[in-house]
Design a protein around this ligand. Sequence first.
Ligand SMILES: Cc1cc2nc3c(=O)[nH]c(=O)nc-3n(C[C@H](O)[C@H](O)[C@H](O)COP(=O)(O)OP(=O)(O)OC[C@H]3O[C@@H](n4cnc5c(N)ncnc54)[C@H](O)[C@@H]3O)c2cc1C
Length: 391
Amino acid sequence: MKYFDVAVVGGGPIGLTAANIIAKSGFSVCVLERRVKIGYPSHCSGLVSARFIEENSVKPELVLNTIKGAYLFADEELLSFKSEESRAFVIDREKFDQSLAEEAQKNGALIFTNSAVVSAKKGKVFNELYLQNGEVIKSRFVIIASGAKSGVNRMFDFKDEESEVIYTAQTDLKVFLPDGESVYMYVDDSFAHNWFAWIIPIRNGLAHIGLGTDRTENIVDDLKKFIRSSEFTKDADVENLKPIGWIIPIGLAKKIVNGRVLRVGDAALQIKPFSGGGLYTGIKAARFAAEVVVKALKTDDVSALNEYKTNVDREITPIVKRGLLLRRIYRSMSDRDKALFLKGLNNDEAKRVITESGDIDSPFFVGVKLLRFIGTPLMHYFKDILTGSSV
Ligand SMILES: Cc1cc2nc3c(=O)[nH]c(=O)nc-3n(C[C@H](O)[C@H](O)[C@H](O)COP(=O)(O)OP(=O)(O)OC[C@H]3O[C@@H](n4cnc5c(N)ncnc54)[C@H](O)[C@@H]3O)c2cc1C
């Protein structure tokens, strides 16, 4: 049996960020990761904002591409816009996770790979974690950062609480794109039901190509259909695709603290429901979680953990709630109405608003600014925003 002040379950970006802060503060911390190699395989597109790069001091060598614009396709409509400055960055998720692990180890965190947590016992002072490899870990605090639907939540009496699950498949292919500094997003219910599909250029002609859908069946067939349908990918060899499948859980987690246990990141649904981005929100929450655990360890006062909920409710919950509202609107619109929405934005003034205020961390606020370009037939979709209810 091994003893730690804190055990973090899950060696993804969120767990590793929390572990690093705790280790830096001088407390003993381990990360328990079920996979053999940190960061591998990556299911993520790695699209993040400039704010994310800055706040997390992401090293330039982890940035694969700079994004300045977008091509949005819906039905027969195409809306494209491009800014002078970088609006987003594509980071190498595998190397990003590995760099977080190196940093945490340098500060004293122990990272155990091949260490799936299979059961747990909650105690008044110590929690016990039982690993698939037979090891037992005892710790005063546990941070659950085990990602979407991992089962660890239930070991500590947290409910999954998601209202929706999006199933995703992504692969990397060589493609020829007219603009390597733009992302290509497709709205089409026939392959990306109630979500969207994407082509995100990385470098050297490679692009992340993927989609999400709320349908459980035939996602690989959906991906093939998308690849065949896009003029940029239609000649790619789809027969030998080896996409990585994963899920995006959507919803609002009400309970995120239970005794000496916290949950964070995808495990706590700290994901933007409209885009599926979880790095910005999750890492912010990981900092809150680690800071309150350090405080509780220093003061020997478990009630300090309640501050985590307060901080999350102040900074993360509003982002999730606004995203849930956008998501509800998006789901209620037909592909044709989404196309009409794009058509309304296909003018210089609307594009100026998008390029000046577009922010992948806060799509809600630019969305509100764009409502004046939307024709009356679509206005009923946005009545909750216009009347200020549910925001
Ligand atoms: C297709 C796709 C594209 C995405 N693109 C973006 C994007 O462009 N930008 C963005 O911001 N976000 C994106 N996201 C979301 C982002 O990937 C997640 O929000 C982020 O990975 C969450 O990090 P995490 O550490 O909470 O969970 P994860 O990254 O899932 O890490 C959890 C870790 O816990 C481990 N684990 C699980 N169960 C156990 C167990 N029982 N014992 C031990 N270890 C366990 C897992 O192996 C995993 O390594 C995307 C998601 C998907 C599915």
